[in-house]
Design a protein around this ligand. Structure first.
Ligand SMILES: NC(=O)c1ccc[n+]([C@@H]2O[C@H](COP(=O)([O-])OP(=O)(O)OC[C@H]3O[C@@H](n4cnc5c(N)ncnc54)[C@H](O)[C@@H]3O)[C@@H](O)[C@H]2O)c1
Length: 328
């Protein structure tokens, strides 16, 4: 058996290597960025573990033996799930390993932005001892935070924001209002309403056809003057030129971003002093990554030894296998 890790940001792949050695599987670790590199590495693999590399239809069609594609993370935007289902390959993820970390990180970005920590720290380092140039600094208690999406991370974020005295509202067309209300959160009927009402907005939706470019010029124009945006979801949900314009015009005072498109030293958003950026680090803690690696490879081991995975995202593929087995 051969299992491939296409790419990973972890300190090592020892957890995976050990788990796979126990079933006699060999592990090959790559640093793929492009689909062609994944094809070269994984063509004859029985299982694929992936972090950010693109698992496109072309990749999936080139896999000759693959039974499982395990995404080492929550988001599935880099895996063509219909293509995998079409080839009978089960796709798994690890849906809840970093809910605490990402909500902590989103809150840290929000607090850092509102309390102007970046500017204050920089001014102290350059020999000044004066907060006044960085006013206004609004009180957080009583402010409205709007959560876009009300899944696992948003709910954890809601509890933390409530602990700080914020009023929490959410827009998620796929979650019943009663569930939102049961968390002490105000359900809103549209993104427009959320943008108009909120002092702070935090994004917690997956990237997909409906959410790509969800925040553009129109959306920023609806936000309150001086609002703050936090994005720990995916870069492509926000149109960065529109965000830059909103910051330049003062519509937004700040943005806290764990994800930006094409990170580079001269990225235009780095020019704004009110912007805090981290390098897709929200998921990370020692504990979270150990749990992530253990659970992701656990599903690979299960599938390669004929057991059912714990976190399939296309379970219909497994139903097909079972039906075939049952039917002889
Ligand atoms: N920065 C990081 O390190 C990091 C780590 C983990 C997850 N993430 C991102 O965070 C996202 C959210 O994670 P989660 O665990 O809360 O996912 P989740 O699946 O529990 O919740 C997502 C919610 O978004 C809602 N939604 C979908 N489309 C929507 C739309 N158009 N408008 C409003 N709501 C919509 C869904 O109904 C769902 O309730 C992931 O998809 C991933 O992209 C980032």
């Amino acid at each position: 058996l051969k299992v491939v890790i296409t790419d990973h940001p972890f300190p090592s792949a020892d957890i995976e290597r050990e788990a796979l050695a126990a079933i006699g599987a060999q592990l090959v670790v790559g640093r793929c960025r492009e689909a062609a590199e994944v094809i070269d590495l994984a063509r004859d693999a029985d299982g694929v573990l992936v972090t950010y590399a693109p698992i496109t239809r072309a990749v999936i069609e080139a896999l000759t033996r693959c039974k499982i594609i395990a995404r080492m993370g929550i988001g599935l935007d880099n895996v063509d799930i219909p293509a995998a289902s079409g080839r009978g390959i089960v796709v798994t993820n690890v849906p809840d390993y970093c809910v605490d970390e990402v909500s902590d990180h989103a809150l840290a970005l929000l607090l850092g932005c509102v309390r102007r920590l970046r500017q204050l720290d920089q001014s102290v380092r350059s020999g000044h001892w004066d907060f006044r140039p960085y006013r206004p600094i609004p009180r957080i208690r009583g402010k409205i935070i709007g959560l876009v999406g009300f899944g696992k991370i948003a709910r954890a974020m809601a509890r933390k924001c409530q602990g700080l005295g914020m009023q929490v509202a959410a827009f998620d067309p796929y979650i019943a209002s009663d569930i939102v209300r049961s968390q002490g959160v105000v359900p809103l009927r549209s993104l427009e309403e959320l943008l108009r009402e909120s002092d702070f907005v935090s994004v917690h939706v997956p990237l997909g056809p409906d959410t790509r470019g969800l925040f553009g010029e129109t959306e920023f124009s609806l936000m309150k003057q001086g609002a703050v945006l936090v994005n720990t979801a995916r870069a492509e949900i926000v149109v960065e030129e529109a965000l830059a314009q909103a910051l330049a015009s003062g519509r937004l005072t700040a943005a806290g971003l764990d994800v930006i498109a094409n990170p580079r030293a001269d990225h235009p958003l780095l020019a704004f002093p009110g912007v805090l950026i981290s390098p897709h680090a929200a998921f990370f803690s020692e504990e979270a990554t150990e749990e992530l690696q253990t659970r992701a490879v656990g599903d690979v081991v299960r599938v390669l030894t004929g057991a059912l995975p714990l976190n399939p995202v296309n379970p219909e593929v497994l139903a097909g296998v079972e039906a075939k087995t049952n039917g002889g």
